[in-house]
Write a protein that binds this ligand. Structure first.
Ligand code: TXE
Length: 486
């Protein structure tokens, strides 16, 4: 594969090959190999952590305002490279260019801009302890952050971790998913181009082996993971030995509740955004759609009509609505869930099959699929991470809240109603870290994002991210003579 572009590591401000195993990087839209990944070996992992540790020293001492200026410059550089990065992301993920051009890079830029503004505002408390003392509280960087990404929104995930980490004086060693190695590498080069000191953002390629090495590394002070629940468990267990700080952004099986007084077209739009955008490969998707029984038939009619108009095809075609699954393995996992649903007696409304006609050969394309089912069916309990929506009728508010919460997950939730009192009341009772009222899956960087229960620990974005990337130090200052019984 030597003629292919080399996808290496980025350490201390430079692209370097890796001494670990090499493996192909695929364009899921076509099943074509688009690069040869040189994964990080022990030498590169050591070098990346050492470079981060070294760069973090000066960066931690810099004033927040200086760090903020650097991050705001990065935001501008990302926006200037929007189309280039969007095409890179589409080729690596199989997600439609219409999405990556309008969401992924702009969300990353917004994140750098937002935390570039917060960087200088880390004022903390002065505590008056009377005439003989006072105290103050410092927020200090944690040090070296090991960040591990999933494959659905590679650049956004890297940015949602790097921006706050850097804003508050840390350095980062980022490991992208082995399925989508490209955009983080380009991001690293652009950060240096924007003036970020080398060594502050490093990229090491590889699979769980490299992820585990970061979790175990004694010079990595904090781990942040975006991935599946089982991976979260494994990372937390590995981090226990060193009592490492851990933030986890994991999976979900989120409820979306449509009350009978809802704007029906808006609710259908919300359900489609929460199940078919990014081919359904979004952690916060509202994949259990509870519909109040009196409007169920009308809801399903409109939903099916609009779903069957979606354009499934070449991710690089700007007209495409639904692209390819990330891999054949994952595609077969999703069609396996569809088969399971049929076997268990779920009612297929539309879709339910892999597409071969009208799509690029070599990619794995699934028709957007809608089932009605019972709560106990696998479709309604397990995260599928594909374009498969499960619709469930309900009759009472109390009933639907109980059913919506009857899951070990708690990432997100959504509800559609014109009754603002009911919206406020129900949103307060749903077990989720994120809730949308009359919309779905919009994630402004100003609002914290993350799950409760088994969907994660900690939050990304918003001021909540300060907790994730700083430590608190209390300082007591004696003003009078020292008091002592000795
Ligand atoms: O996850 P995996 P994927 C979730 C989404 C779905 C999953 C899909 O809900 O469940 O991510 O992404 C590395 N020690 N979210 O398949 O397999 C692995 O190499 C250390 C939630 O990529 O868990 C990869 O880089 N690292 C999210 C990363 O972990 C390990 C939004 C994730 O891999 C490891 C997006 C180990 N033992 C997707 N095992 C949110 N909540 O925001 C694997 N890895």
């Amino acid at each position: 594969m030597s003629a292919l572009p080399r996808v290496g590591n980025f350490i201390g401000g430079r692209l370097v090959d890796g001494s670990g195993p090499r493996f192909p990087d695929y364009d899921p839209g076509r099943g074509e190999v688009i690069g040869e990944v040189f994964s990080a070996g022990e030498a590169e992992i050591e070098a990346a952590v050492a470079q981060a540790r070294c760069a973090a020293r000066a960066w931690a001492r810099a004033a927040g305002a200086g760090r903020g200026r650097a991050l705001r410059r990065i935001a501008e550089v990302l926006r200037a490279h929007n189309d280039e990065l969007a095409e890179l992301e589409t080729r690596d993920t199989g997600r439609p260019i219409a999405e990556t051009r309008s969401v992924d890079i702009l969300s990353a830029a917004d994140c750098f801009e937002y935390f570039g503004a917060l960087a200088a505002t880390l004022a903390t408390e002065h505590v008056d302890l009377g005439p003989s003392a006072f105290g103050y509280v410092r927020r200090e960087p944690i040090g070296v952050v090991g960040a591990i990404g999933a494959w659905n929104y590679p650049l956004q995930i890297a940015s949602w971790k790097a921006a706050p980490a850097l804003a508050f004086g840390n350095a980062v060693v980022f490991k992208p998913s082995e399925l989508t190695p490209q955009s983080a590498l380009r991001l690293a080069a652009l950060l240096v181009e924007a003036g970020l000191p080398p060594g502050l953002f490093n990229v090491v390629q590889g699979d769980a082996r490299v992820g585990r090495a970061l979790v175990r590394h004694p010079e990595v002070d904090k781990i942040t993971l975006t991935g599946e629940v089982n991976t979260g468990r494994a990372v937390m267990a590995e981090a226990a030995a060193g009592l490492k700080r851990v933030s986890l952004e994991l999976g979900g099986k989120s409820p979306l509740i449509v009350f009978s007084d809802a704007d029906l077209d808006a609710a259908v739009t919300g359900a489609m955004l929460g199940n078919f955008y990014s081919s359904g490969e979004i952690c916060s998707n509202g994949t259990r759609v509870f519909v109040e029984r009196p409007i169920l038939a009308a809801f399903l009619d409109r939903l099916s009509l609009r779903t069957e108009r979606l354009r499934i095809g070449d991710p690089l075609d700007p007209a495409t609505d639904v692209g390819a699954m990330i891999s054949t393995t994952h595609g077969e996992r999703v069609t396996g869930y569809i088969e399971r649903g049929l076997t268990e007696g779920a009612r297929l409304i539309t879709g339910g099959r892999r597409m071969h006609e009208g799509v690029p050969a070599g990619g794995f394309y699934i028709a957007p699929t809608i089932f009605t089912a019972d709560d106990g069916m696998t479709l309604a309990r397990e995260e599928i991470f594909g374009p498969v929506m499960t619709v469930l009728p309900f009759d009472e508010e109390e009933e639907v809240i109980a059913r919506a919460n009857a899951t070990p997950y708690g990432l997100a939730a959504g509800l559609f109603t014109r009754d603002v009192t009911r919206a406020y009341r129900v949103a307060a009772r749903l077990g989720a870290g994120v809730c949308w009222i009359n919309h779905y899956n919009v994630t402004p960087v100003e609002l914290p994002f993350g799950g409760v229960k088994q969907s994660g620990i900690g939050r990304e974005n918003g001021r909540a991210a300060i907790e994730a990337y700083t430590e608190v130090k209390s300082v007591y200052v004696a003003l009078g003579d020292i008091e002592s019984p000795y």
